[in-house]
Design a protein around this ligand. Sequence first.
Ligand code: FES
Length: 152
Amino acid sequence: PVYPLSLRVNGEQHQLHVEAWVSLLDLLRDRLALTGTKKGCDQGQCGACTVLVDGKRINSCLTLALMQDGRSITTVEGLADGNALHPLQQAFVRHDAFQCGYCTPGQLCSGVGLINEGQAQDRAQVRELMSGNVCRCGAYPQIVAAMAEVMK
Ligand code: FES
């Protein structure tokens, strides 16, 4: 069986019908073709699938799509304002905060969520509070530098 699901994704309202077992990650990628959000581990360990739900960071592989009924989702595709990249995206470019880029959508969403939370005061806290976002290329110093610039 499928169940009705109402989601706002990157400002666009969607009325969907979804099986109970579909994760938010699979819904975004496979049903809405928003493939910017990446599937790394599919079990909550890498952070590549991070998106914002009502502005808060979440591993989209760990939540069922139906559990987010009525919520507003922002994916990496929704961070820019038209042609203007989000300030954190601009900072990532300036600081060369990626190498292969696979973790970048999750890093960006996590970073924007962390800025929304307002919890991180310094680079060490950024590193700690973004430790759920793994970068196999080891771009952490540049990612933290980009975050520090935007948090100023
Ligand atoms: Fe969700 Fe790795 S794919 S945490």
